[in-house]
Ligand binder design. Structure first.
Ligand code: MOS
Length: 748
């Protein structure tokens, strides 16, 4: 255990610095901030999936004691977004949904009114009394029907990379002796972070507002509110110091922040809006997917052709795109490969990012197909992957800054005991259980985004590092504090990391697993600038203990600055601060992909990789599946904090187990509505579903990928995990299930 009074290094394992505040309830979330005369808003959701509102009768609702206003499209104030575009940092091509805009209904559960009352109970009671007459229009929420309307997306989103073909995949497939061809599907997944989407808008009375929002980007929400409502940036402060999980659901501003701000500006009062768990099933979700994979090999199992076509669902008003098809084309050596990506529109809200968007779908389904091809070729699934291993990004014919997947395969297989596996399905048993061992590969991007951080060192020796980033549970506070401690040698107890406030230095939204690499690099630069100031001030210390040295020649440790290799020439930072005569040393720095770096970004691929090994036990008579063991070996560059890093992988693996066995939004297509919109019926793994998970971090030094050599870990844990489980289920039972989740009915 690391004591908070000691300084830490990058690479040390210790508890998250915000852990105490979280477990003691001191951490406050968006719906927990209070304000004088706070009003409570309750969202009224549409009963129909498509059509128009014919009439709204609010009389009964308005009669409820405590009700202040019922806001609908008929009486809402005019807002600036009616006149101009209001795209946010992560919006997608199309026309963003505008709550309470007009009488049109575009999806079931669409917010159509906000009841505002002095108590939550009054708002909820009145919301049930709002009577709406609809004129329903035909709708479709059935993917099979939507496929008839599928289209190739045209406008590109910046992070969307269309797949690139090579060779002649169709001809090679036709000519090859061994083939596999099948369709794989994934249902819609809905976001279920512990904290529901919530906003508390504090009306300051001087025309300014403070917005406590559940979001992954305080500044993104600030810019959104400014463009939607016509505020100037100085009048809106958005805060999200703690986020109760988000997984991508908080990347785009959700409709509760719009509704709460609308009500606050209309009523000139503070307003809180919290979505119910059921309303969490009325907005962002992982799109439904159909993926057709064709693979072919020669007689020895060498891949000859890869065809990977995928369609994902979108809404009718926006084209949400994911990188679904590319991963398999990048990961395997094969001269002939092609992929097509299409969208299928449905009458739902626009899907969005959900932990490893695109890869969690596309790589996972592809890795089930790879397992099938391995069996077709008569090869062990791991041997098949080793045989077809590519050292370069095979889709773009580019080297990687690093790819230690081979080591992940080796170390994962060794820890799992893969060599003891018998090849044939149904060949391993324990009592009534069929045992299955399966594996899969995971892949994600190693991203780095322009981020600014500040550092302030007080005369007391206390250091504050800050950026407007979010910590959605991923450990950003800890990364910032750890990098600061590593850079300036100050104990953790003297370091305060601040984030989650739009007033802090510029940060992107927290997503894409880029925050540790990006905020870490920014904090390091800011602290190095402080180090430079300390070095200059050290000249004023009596006796000039450091003499004439450059920053590169000194080291910081345990509150001291010393000449490297010469511990006698050392001075306490507190003494330097005292000698400096300054109350505070301050610096701000921006980490961004530099010019030289940008060139190599084009020249080289940057990715994380993983190898997942899964053991399942399937009750032969009942079909009940238990995932008894997972080994996940991850190659993700330099690991800042092995303990918090492991937690990220554990969470990703658990979500992957949910993807394999549990998660599935079930829509009644007659109503166009998700019917299992609660934790009782939308299943996610609970503690009893999770057994042993072992995480291995493969040694992967990579100074080129990002300034700290960090690749990011928030998402890689989910990618491929469901494939490893599904492949293990095949090995146990001989049944190949190509439609996730693998539920009992599909096994019996
Ligand atoms: Mo993640 S889906 O980029 O929050």
């Amino acid at each position: 255990m690391i004591h908070p009074s000691s300084s830490v290094k990058i690479g040390d394992a210790f508890n998250r610095v915000d852990g105490f505040d979280k477990v003691t309830g001191r951490a406050r979330y968006a719906a927990e901030f209070d304000a004088p005369d706070l009003l409570h808003g309750w969202v009224v959701s549409s009963d129909i999936a498509k059509g128009k509102i014919a009439a709204i009768d609010e009389a009964a609702a308005r009669a409820v004691a405590g009700v202040v206003e019922v806001i609908t499209h008929q009486n809402r104030p005019h807002v600036a977004w009616l006149d101009r575009s209001h795209a946010d940092e992560v919006s997608v091509p199309g026309s963003p949904f505008r709550a309470l805009y007009d009488d049109e209904i575009a999806f079931s559960g669409q917010p159509i009114a906000l009841v505002v009352a002095t108590t939550l109970e009054a708002a909820r009671e009145a919301a049930a009394l709002v009577h709406v007459d609809y004129i329903a229009a035909p709708h479709n929420t059935d993917m099979r029907v939507a496929l008839g309307e599928k289209f190739k997306p045209r406008k590109k989103r910046s992070t969307f990379v269309p797949p690139k073909a090579r060779g002649d995949a169709k001809a090679a497939f036709a000519a090859a002796p061994l083939k596999h061809s099948a369709d794989y599907t994934l249902p819609m997944h809905f976001h279920n972070p512990m904290e529901m989407h919530a906003t508390t808008v504090v009306w300051k009375g001087d025309g300014t507002i403070v917005v406590h929002d559940k979001t992954q980007g305080a500044q993104n929400v600030q810019h959104y509110l400014c463009s939607v409502f016509g505020f100037s940036a100085a009048d809106v402060r958005v805060m999200n110091p703690y986020v109760g999980g988000a997984f991508g659901s908080g990347l785009r501003p959700q409709y509760q922040v719009y509704l709460a701000t609308l009500a606050a500006t209309m009523l000139e009062r503070s307003v809180r809006v919290v979505l119910t768990r059921q309303q969490m099933f009325t907005h962002v979700h992982r799109p439904q997917a159909v993926q057709s994979v064709q693979l072919a090999t020669d007689a020895s199992g060498l891949l000859q052709a890869i065809v990977n076509d995928a369609t994902t669902s979108t809404s009718r008003f926006e084209n949400y795109m994911e990188v679904v098809c590319n991963w398999g084309l990048m990961n395997y050596r094969c001269g002939n490969a092609a992929a097509a990506y299409t969208l299928a529109p449905m009458d739902t809200y626009t899907p969005g990012d959900m932990r490893a968007p695109g890869a969690a779908t596309g790589m996972t389904l592809f890795e089930i197909a790879i397992d099938e091809m391995a069996y077709r070729a008569g090869l062990d699934p791991l041997a098949f992957r080793r045989l077809n291993y590519s050292d370069v990004d095979a889709m773009n014919d580019k080297p990687f800054t690093s790819k230690s997947l081979r080591q992940a395969y080796d170390e994962g297989a060794e820890r799992f005991g893969w060599h003891r596996r018998s090849h044939a399905p149904r060949s391993m048993r324990a009592g009534c259980d069929l045992i299955g061992w399966g594996m899969a590969t995971g892949m994600w991007d190693a991203l780095f985004m322009k981020t600014t951080a500040s550092a302030r060192l007080l005369a007391s020796g206390e250091l504050e590092v800050a950026t407007a980033a979010a910590d959605i549970g991923t450990g950003t506070y800890t990364v910032m504090a750890q990098v600061a401690s590593d850079t300036l040698g100050l104990p953790l107890s003297q370091i305060r990391a601040r984030l989650g406030d739009s007033a802090l230095p510029a940060s992107p939204v927290e997503g894409g697993s880029w925050m540790a690499a990006s905020a870490g690099a920014a904090v390091q630069l800011a602290c190095q600038a402080i180090g430079q100031q300390l070095l200059a001030a050290a000249d004023r210390v009596e006796g000039r203990p450091l003499g004439q040295v450059k920053l590169e020649a000194v080291e910081f440790h345990d509150g001291r600055m010393s000449v490297r290799g010469n511990p006698a020439r050392s001075v306490a930072i507190l003494d330097i601060l005292a000698a400096s005569g300054q109350e505070v040393l301050a610096a701000q720095a921006t980490a961004k992909p530099g010019v030289g770096d940008l060139i190599s970004m084009k020249r080289k691929a940057r990715n994380t990789h993983s190898a997942i090994f899964a053991e399942v036990r399937v009750d032969e008579e009942l079909g009940v599946v238990r995932v008894s063991r997972i080994v996940c070996a991850v190659a993700a560059g330099r690991i800042i904090n092995p303990k918090t890093a492991r937690s990220q992988i554990l969470g990703g693996v658990v979500m992957g187990i949910g993807m394999a066995l549990h998660e599935e939004a079930l829509t009644d297509h007659r109503l166009g509505r998700v019917m299992n919109h609660s934790f009782a019926e939308y299943h996610i793994p609970v503690n009893a579903d999770i057994d042993t998970i072992e995480v291995i971090f493969v040694d992967e030094p990579d100074p080129e990928v990002t300034p700290l050599g960090v690749k990011g870990l928030g998402e890689i844990g989910i990618v491929g995990t469901a494939a490893a489980v599904a492949n293990a289920i095949f090995h146990a039972t001989g049944k190949r299930v190509r439609a996730l989740p693998v539920t009992i009915d599909k096994l019996l």
